[in-house]
Ligand binder design. Structure first.
Ligand code: AMP
Ligand code: MG
Length: 332
């Protein structure tokens, strides 16, 4: 398959490009498109056949459910049960990087829910995503547009690198703004449960709805099936270091002649082949996945990554770094 890449305006997307991409979605094809978080790999959420193509293109385990993207709040009512608290969260955070896990309506295919009784829904805050969803007239199921296990794509180039030849169209509106994926919140129980930290912070959620529970056993738990799998992993090992934490004892960094690539906010504690630094934790979130892809290409043997503090989007950056390092057991 030939993949066509179309440049599209991120504020006022060109109508002819959107209608072409929307036609692909309606015919059961795959379109990669920008959201404010990362690039998504979209297909008709109500067509089992179209959704199966997402799993094939990504090499994604079939029991890992997808987020359904809607173009307006009311569209969520047709996908599942929206109670008063969910409505409030939608009013406060939609469009935006908050995914709500609600009880699923019967017409949502099992391919989307991974066979669960719940469905994850979100309204993205990106004009191209909204135009595509509205233009196709159907909700769009879309995981991140990377090969399963790889760092999520925040540019069209990263999508092409992973999925070139596997999707019909990539819509290129430049780098995404938030950089980490949406926060996933399960709102089916008495208290909301944080299944994945992301673009909306835990502090913001707590201010809006009161106490939020961590996923049982921590945020790496099976409550959100996707979090079970190795994720965000570059092709070279990633070693983590907390601010001010000892690094020198890690055998992967001490081998003679080892070439280290560094990413973090404070200066590298070692002589690095390449060093990427961010001034703010928001900047770290925005640039994290691109940085991991750049560092793996640098010729280094290992990536040394600094964990930011837990506040705000720092919680999500820590989560992604831990997974990139293959560490699924430590909480937060
Ligand atoms: P991705 O779109 O690749 O960023 O992944 C979507 C995330 O949402 C994964 O971690 C999924 O496990 C999670 N998710 C999607 N649907 C559900 C659901 N019904 N219940 C719990 N987690 C879900
Ligand atoms: Mg993903």
């Amino acid at each position: 398959m030939r993949t066509e890449v179309f440049a599209v305006d991120g504020v006022e997307p060109e109508k002819d490009v959107i209608s072409r991409a929307a036609g692909v979605i309606r015919r059961g094809g795959l379109v990669a498109f920008p959201t404010e978080t990362v690039y998504g790999l979209g297909a008709d959420a109500l067509s089992p056949k179209a959704v199966r193509r997402i799993f094939e293109a990504k090499g994604r385990p079939v029991d890992n459910p997808l987020i359904v993207h809607v173009g307006e709040r009311d569209a969520a009512d047709r996908l599942g049960q929206v109670d008063e608290r969910s409505r409030r969260l939608m009013d406060l955070f939609w469009p935006g990087p908050l995914t709500l896990v609600i009880r699923a309506a019967r017409e949502v295919p099992a391919e989307v829910t991974g066979g669960l009784a719940t469905v994850a829904v979100r309204m993205p805050a990106h004009p191209v995503a909204i135009a595509l969803i509205k233009g196709s007239g159907i909700p769009i199921a879309a995981p991140s547009a990377n090969r399963s296990g790889r760092p999520s794509p925040t540019t069209a180039e990263a999508v092409l690198e992973d999925l070139g030849g596997r999707v019909e169209i990539i819509l290129d509106a430049g780098p995404t703004v938030v950089g980490v994926e949406s926060t996933v919140l399960d709102v089916t129980g008495d208290l909301p449960v944080l299944l994945r930290p992301g673009g909306v912070s835990l502090e913001e959620l707590t201010r809006a709805v009161g106490p939020v529970l961590p996923s049982p056993g921590g945020i790496h738990d099976a409550g959100s099936p996707g979090t079970r799998y190795r994720h965000y992993a570059p092709s070279i090992p990633v070693v983590l270091r907390g601010p001010g934490e000892e690094w020198a004892k890690d055998p992967r960094l001490c081998r003679s002649g080892v070439r280290i690539a560094y990413v973090g906010m404070s200066p590298s504690p070692v002589v690095a082949l390449i060093e990427i630094r961010f001034g703010t934790v928001e900047g770290y979130a925005t640039g994290l996945f691109s940085a991991l892809r750049e560092l793996e290409r640098s010729g280094a043997d290992v990536i040394l990554a600094e964990l930011p503090a837990e506040e705000g989007v720092g919680l999500a950056v820590r989560d992604r770094l831990r997974r990139a390092a293959g560490d699924r057991d430590r909480n937060s």
